[in-house]
Ligand binder design. Structure first.
Ligand SMILES: Cc1cc2nc3c(=O)[nH]c(=O)nc-3n(C[C@H](O)[C@H](O)[C@H](O)COP(=O)(O)O)c2cc1C
Length: 206
């Protein structure tokens, strides 16, 4: 698949079929992640691949305890899902579905990293600049293979579980929690601002 087609149709997939994903595909996706740029080519990333149902059930429970009240509070503020902007509604309903169905999602990839750059004074700020390009490569590689995925910060809702259940070392940050599986909705196209709104030629005007 042409890389532009992959980018154009790589929408956040939060509805998945239960069919398993071959391990070779996951390895290919992690290979793509490790082709990403990083500060000084420090490659300060590690990837935890979670397929164990028991672990996914526990994560789902913890995430839902945190997420559901937050989404319902938002629903009250907006006066109901029906009054929401359709993009926001789709995102929130999708996030609730993803949290609920997490045990059935075939694979979760946790993109992790610790401060390794610069070598003489490792700084946390550089952790994210390595993990986010790697995460984007995961989304695109999955899309190119016909798999759906979604960048999420669900790890922030179950951080203690991740470190405890999966033995992730304390000095290791989790930067992305990415579910991967065969999509149960259509890919793209994406709703994004036109480039005319974001380009500033030679100098900033308008
Ligand atoms: C840093 C970051 C954090 C995100 N966190 C979540 C999340 O916790 N849960 C979720 O369902 N989607 C999450 N998303 C996905 C965004 O909601 C999604 O990329 C955006 O709404 C655009 O969706 P689209 O690509 O389908 O158009 C996150 C995306 C980014 C880049």
């Amino acid at each position: 698949m042409d890389v532009f087609e992959a980018m154009e149709t790589c929408r956040a997939i939060r509805f998945f079929k239960k069919d398993p994903v071959p391990d070779e595909m996951i390895e290919k996706i992690i290979y793509a992640a490790t082709r990403a740029p990083s500060p000084g080519n420090s490659q300060g990333w590690d990837f935890v691949i979670v397929t164990d149902r028991g672990v996914k059930e526990k994560l789902s429970h913890t995430i839902r305890v945190m997420l559901e009240p937050a989404v319902h509070a938002m629903e009250v503020v907006r006066g109901g899902f029906d009054k929401m902007d359709p993009v926001e509604r789709r995102m929130l309903k999708g996030a609730l579905n993803l949290a609920e169905t997490l045990p059935d999602v075939p694979v979760i990839v946790l993109v992790c990293g610790k401060a390794v750059y610069p070598p003489d004074a490792p700084a946390e700020s550089f952790v994210w600049s390595a993990l986010y390009p790697a995460a984007q490569n995961i989304l695109l590689a999955a899309r190119a293979l016909g798999l759906g995925s979604c960048m999420t910060t669900f790890h922030s809702l179950c951080e203690a579980d991740l470190h405890h259940l999966l033995g992730i070392p304390k000095d290791m940050h989790v930067g992305a929690f990415i579910p991967i599986g065969w999509p149960d909705i259509e890919f793209g196209p994406l709703a994004r601002k036109p480039i005319e709104e974001v380009i500033h030629r030679e100098k900033w005007e308008g």
